[in-house]
Ligand binder design. Structure first.
Ligand code: MTE
Ligand code: MOS
Length: 730
């Protein structure tokens, strides 16, 4: 049963009314503005940087690589410099930073700087990178093996092989990247629109190591992030801090939409070859997936994006013999990073389309192929992980099949396309996808983070929640309040949320991997229990009829504030071997099944998504309305990825510059979306909750592509499915 609590999101009114103050809205006296001088080449040596002699530089603050104490951004491999020194590795790479009173002044100064380059060969595609046979171009290499794929190939009736590709995707959050640094003596206070204050803190600690400078980092209200503000803020917060240190004044570094579209992280383009060894009846005996990600110039988060991608390689299928290999490859292009789904959308597109191809080849419906191979309770993942709890996939599938009347429509549209389609200048299609999202960090990541969350009981019996997890539109602050309010039985008004400032909150880990409600929410529950236990210990509980609030006030009067902390560790049975890729890739999975109905206009070749049915098993909808909101938003973003969002590149330069030429779905393009939530509880999540945030995105493009495949009579192999591609197929 769904619990349909009706709490309003606590940030709803301020955001909808336009009253919320984002960083750009704040008026800081005395602040300078900043800009970035970028590489005009994809791969080159910097021979000389010339500052015009007949220009007054006295009121311009200039930072180049030689002004930087430790010139590498701490992310994973720390291979990206804050500013390029001798060599540039992608078009748009920052080389020099300027700060001045006004944008006009900055523009003028910019035109007075000339960078001289000596071109180097540039690697501009996955193929080129792979063919270079240079080990340095491989950022990460992962293999998963189960059973004996070559043997399965010998036993199979059919070998079905196909190559798939997906393109860039831009986050297009409403608020472009922005950072502000305010110097105060030996401290620099850093503010920014970000997901992970402690990632930025770590990068700042390493940047200023040995200089005696201290920093603290505060998240400002964040107008969307979607993974785009996971690693990138570390770079620009560093930029603003370097300028502020030198200028001894506050510095605001605010990206324009064009800068953001062209020069910030994107979803990794991918090339994936899938080979299936199949029996006549449609049973998949073996599967090989060769997955390659275009990482761009620096490794940033690519190793972990690749890890998630390979762990999704075999999809929701129980296949006895599996070989999955993944490469994250360096190219001389913009670095790719986190984006809702984090490698899963690419992998699921490939496996789901391979299922479509198998169905086509064997003349079965895609549903029949699923019925023969879909995971059931107690089956195992390719890593050997048993799926023996919190498994709602089959229920999700039943729900969407029933709601959409899939089987009847599948035949109806087949007939329509064959008999009337061309005449009516219209094709119809219905497509299905079944996907999962591993909840939280991959492998034993959580045991490394050792997240800490804190709660404090203060005067008036109020509770302060202290975590580093950020609100970026997903409704986290409200979810946290609901969890605490339900456990302690106190009103929202008695719960306060501490600023996301690294000097005030403990490190509860980053707001990524859809982990916050499940992992950090659980820590808050544990903290609530600690408080209740303390009441018993201190005999506050003896008068049973008192409300929590009254007991809290009583406690406070006698003993003062009560601060409790909880530290996260996975349950002991959750183990993962990072070398061999065996064991629990994730502590638990969230599941979803989706069905898309589409039409193709045979005059314009544009795909239109008419209806979308989706059912999600998220363990427990902590906030039902907001959970539906996440599913709607993820669906719309997925429609964009599937058919609209196209980011062509020419010689390493992104050709789009903003909303005019980067087409995302508008309200006119959004299908009717039918959302259903299944709650198969996860014992170790708060109230049974597991991951929600990213899952809604993952199954959308595969369902749409399957529907398009039905209508054009051929498996779709490439995203986005633009009219040009449809025309070519037809
Ligand atoms: N929803 C909104 N409105 N805005 C966002 O930026 N980011 C997504 C998802 N939903 C995002 C969002 C991504 S990429 C992640 S990882 C999760 O939210 C993170 O939040 P959670 O840990 O609270 O699920
Ligand atoms: Mo989400 S891509 O893990 O920030």
């Amino acid at each position: 049963m769904n619990s349909k609590n009706k709490e309003i999101r606590i940030d709803a009114v301020s955001k909808i009314s336009g009253k919320e103050k984002y960083l750009r809205d704040l008026n800081f006296p005395n602040r300078l503005l900043a800009t970035t001088i970028r590489s005009a080449r994809a791969s080159a040596l910097i021979k000389r940087i010339e500052f015009a002699k007949n220009f007054d530089w006295s009121d311009i603050t200039i930072i180049s690589a030689k002004d930087i104490p430790n010139n590498s951004v701490a992310i994973i491999k720390n291979d990206m410099p804050f500013l390029a020194e001798n060599q540039v590795n992608y078009l748009g790479e920052p080389i020099i930073l300027l700060a001045a009173e006004s944008l006009e002044k900055l523009e003028l100064a910019k035109s007075k700087i000339k960078v001289e380059y000596e071109n180097l060969p540039a690697i501009l595609s996955i193929e080129q990178s792979e063919n270079s046979r240079n080990k340095k171009n491989i950022f990460e290499n992962i293999t998963i093996k189960k059973g004996d794929f070559p043997k399965a190939k010998k036993r199979a009736d059919f070998i079905i092989k196909e190559e798939f590709a997906t393109g860039y995707q831009e986050h297009i959050y409403l608020e472009p990247q922005v950072a502000m640094a305010i110097p105060e003596g030996n401290t620099i206070h850093i503010f920014g629109s970000m997901q992970c204050p402690y990632y930025v803190q770590k990068a700042m600690d390493e940047l200023f190591q040995g200089t005696g400078i201290k920093t603290d980092v505060t998240q400002t209200p964040t107008g969307g992030a979607f993974g785009g503000k996971e690693d990138f803020p570390s770079l620009i917060c560093g930029h603003s801090a370097l300028l502020a240190r030198k200028a001894k004044r506050p510095v605001l570094l605010s990206y324009s939409r064009e800068e953001d579209v062209k020069f910030t992280t994107k979803r990794h383009p991918s090339k994936i070859i899938g080979t299936a060894a199949v029996t006549k009846s449609g049973k998949i005996l073996g599967l090989e997936i060769e997955l390659k990600l275009d990482s761009g110039a620096y490794s940033t988060l690519s190793p972990v994006v690749l890890a998630r991608a390979v762990l999704c390689g075999a999809g929701c299928y129980n296949i006895p013999n599996v070989e999955i290999s993944g490469l994250a490859l360096k190219t001389n292009k913009i670095s790719c990073g986190a984006f809702r789904g984090f490698g899963a959308p690419q992998a699921f597109f490939a496996i789901e389309m391979l299922i479509d191809k198998i169905a086509r080849k064997l003349n079965l419906s895609p549903l029949e192929v699923r019925k023969k191979n879909l995971l059931k309770l107690n089956d195992k993942m390719p890593t050997g992980q048993p799926i023996n709890y919190s498994f709602g996939l089959r229920k999700c599938l039943e729900n969407v099949l029933k709601k959409s009347d899939f089987e009847r429509k599948y035949l109806e549209y087949k007939n329509f396309n064959e008999i009337q389609g061309r005449q009516k200048k219209l094709l119809k299609g219905i497509g299905l996808s079944t996907v999962f999202h591993g909840a939280g960090f991959t492998g034993i990541g959580e045991n490394r983070i050792r997240a800490i969350a804190e709660i404090e009981l203060v005067s008036g019996g109020k509770i302060i929640i202290r975590t580093a997890n950020t609100e970026m539109g997903q409704g986290l602050d409200t979810a946290f309040k609901i969890i605490v309010s339900n456990r302690l039985n106190i009103p929202f008004s008695d719960i306060l949320i501490e600023d996301k400032n690294t000097s005030k909150v403990p490190n509860s880990g980053p707001t990524v991997a859809s982990r916050s409600t499940m992992i950090v929410g659980k820590l808050l529950l544990d903290n609530c229990d600690k408080i209740l236990k303390k009441f018993i210990e201190k005999d506050i509980n003896s008068e049973k009829k008192l409300s929590f609030s009254e007991k809290a006030k009583k406690y406070h009067k006698k003993f003062g504030n009560l601060k409790v902390k909880a530290k996260y560790k996975h349950p002991d049975f959750i183990k993962f071997d990072e070398k061999n890729y065996t064991g629990y890739g994730y502590p638990v999975y969230s599941w979803s099944a989706s069905i898309a109905e589409i039409e193709i206009d045979l005059v314009t070749y544009q795909v239109k998504v008419k209806k979308f049915y989706t059912s999600h098993d998220i363990g427990k909808a902590i906030n039902y309305q907001q959970s539906v909101g996440q599913i709607l938003g993820g669906t719309v973003q997925g429609v964009g990825f599937a058919i609209y969002e196209d980011m062509p590149m020419n010689k390493g330069e992104i050709q789009n510059s903003g909303f005019v030429d980067y087409i995302i779905p508008t309200t006119m393009d959004i299908p009717k979306i039918d959302v259903d939530i299944v709650e198969e509880p996860y014992f170790f999540g708060p109230e049974g909750a597991k991951a929600l945030g990213e899952l809604p995105f993952v199954g959308v493009a595969p369902a749409i592509a399957a529907a398009v495949s039905q209508s054009v009579g051929e498996t779709i192999r490439e995203l986005p499915i633009t009219p040009e591609k449809i025309q070519k197929i037809l």
